[in-house]
Write a protein that binds this ligand. Structure first.
Ligand code: ATP
Ligand code: MG
Length: 411
């Protein structure tokens, strides 16, 4: 679990700001749900035999012996809230997004943490493939907006409750002869959740499944048409994608379209965003039979990808350097007025030498410095120093707020 400190937090704020901006262009509204839920919610939605539920959840009993879990993902809590507040009664289509921490007890490594953050979106109530393409378009738009271009969109279809069992059968038959080559986890997955074998990161498991049957060959006609239409819409929007029939995703609730944004920059933590359609989930959780599709992005991985081109802290517009108590008090009041005009204004707060105050202004990278001493107070003119070109001019104290406001609107 990480602390996010000034210096890095500006990149986080930028990524969050762009999420609010871009998602709202597409008519998505923010929803905020608690970080703890009843354990049962995740077991029922994500699936008992997934890695998350089997070994990654932070689960505890509260004082009334309820089993609670720190949320490992956002979709199930958002669906719980959607059902609980009967949101479908207000609007048959709900487009929601969320930002916040998630918790998984995983082996920590670069790009994988026990408290991490996701920005996610869910579109509920539309089963048309046009919505799949819309959600994917929004995801791609976000990556463009934040300036991360070394990613590829991978898409797949996992079929539905009709056709997936056929695929599971075909895959099981294929794996049966190769059990010895699979890792211990996959030998267990073979019994409980064979599709997950395709997702295993152990190289021998990947080798053993290189020519496994493709889920796309066994889709029913409804799922097949849906997937083709999603692709046609993506092509119409000029969005490039790669079909990856091995992408099975780690959560059981997905149906039809699934996708990932992958990068080669982060080693085996190569998925920066992932999602898919979940047409049976809301009903499974006791809600109406409404379809849905969504995704979640891992913010830590986005921050890693921004890397060196992170976002700088905003520089102060003005630093007030004051000499003597009377000038210090005047500077303090002036700083207050400047802050209310919307300028980032700073001062030293302690009676340091002018040299020390100028050093601090330099360290903070202030754009302008106002120098105010006893003499300046008496004459009604302070010195205004442009820290970029070192130009220094007298400026009347009466007009200083306006003068700084005008300059800083340009800076
Ligand atoms: P991975 O295959 O990397 O384990 P996942 O399939 O478990 O990812 P999802 O549950 O779909 O991931 O979560 C969506 C995104 O959240 C991932 O693409 C990733 O960017 C991020 N993510 C998931 N787990 C972690 C983690 N432990 N630490 C940091 N980011 C994570
Ligand atoms: Mg995972």
């Amino acid at each position: 679990m990480n602390d996010i400190l000034p210096g890095e937090v500006e990149t986080w704020q930028f990524l969050e700001r762009e999420a609010h901006r871009i998602f709202q262009l597409y008519g998505f509204a923010e929803i905020r749900v608690p970080v703890v839920e009843k354990t049962e919610l995740f077991c029922r939605s994500i699936g008992e035999t997934t890695d998350i539920v089997e070994k990654e959840m932070y689960t505890f009993e509260d004082r009334s012996s309820n089993s609670l879990t720190l949320r490992p993902e956002g979709t199930a809590p958002v669906m719980r809230a959607f059902i609980e507040h009967k949101m479908h009664a207000l609007d048959p289509i709900s487009k929601l997004y969320y930002l916040g921490p998630m918790f998984r007890y995983e082996r920590p490594q670069k790009g994988r943490y026990r408290q991490f953050h996701q920005i996610g979106a869910e579109a509920i109530g539309v089963d048309d493939p046009m919505m799949d393409a819309q959600v994917l378009a929004m995801l791609c738009h976000y990556f463009e907006a934040v300036g991360i271009d070394s990613v590829e969109l991978h898409v797949n279809s996992l079929g539905c409750r009709e056709c997936r069992p056929q695929y599971r059968k075909a895959l099981t038959a294929y794996l049966e002869n190769r059990l010895q080559s699979l890792c211990a986890d996959c030998q267990r997955r073979y019994q409980t959740n064979p599709l997950r074998v395709l997702d295993c990161k152990v190289p021998t498991c990947q080798e053993a499944t290189t020519d496994a049957p493709s889920v796309l060959d066994l889709l029913c006609s409804d799922c097949d048409v849906h997937f083709k239409q999603v692709q046609q819409y993506l092509q119409k929007l000029g969005i490039s994608y790669t079909i990856n029939a091995r992408m099975v995703r780690g959560l059981d609730y997905y149906t039809k379209t699934t996708f990932e944004m992958v990068t080669s920059q982060l080693g085996s933590q190569n998925a920066v965003a992932a999602g898919g359609r979940y047409d049976g989930l809301i009903q499974d959780l006791g809600g109406p039979a409404l379809p849905g599709i969504g995704f979640a992005m891992g913010v830590e991985r986005l921050v890693l990808m921004k890397g060196e081109q992170g976002v700088d802290a905003p520089r102060p517009d003005v630093f007030l350097a004051a000499l003597g108590d009377a000038a210090g008090d005047e500077a303090f009041a002036l700083m207050h007025r400047l802050q209310h005009l919307g300028l980032r204004a700073e001062m030293a707060f302690t009676g340091k030498s002018l040299k020390a105050q100028m050093r601090r202004a330099g360290k903070l990278n202030a754009r302008y410095v106002v120098i105010l001493g006893e003499e300046e107070l008496a004459s009604g003119e302070a010195q205004l120093r442009d820290m970029d070109n070192k130009d220094q001019q007298p400026v009347s104290l009466a007009g200083i707020e306006q003068a700084l406001a005008d300059k800083c609107r340009l800076c």
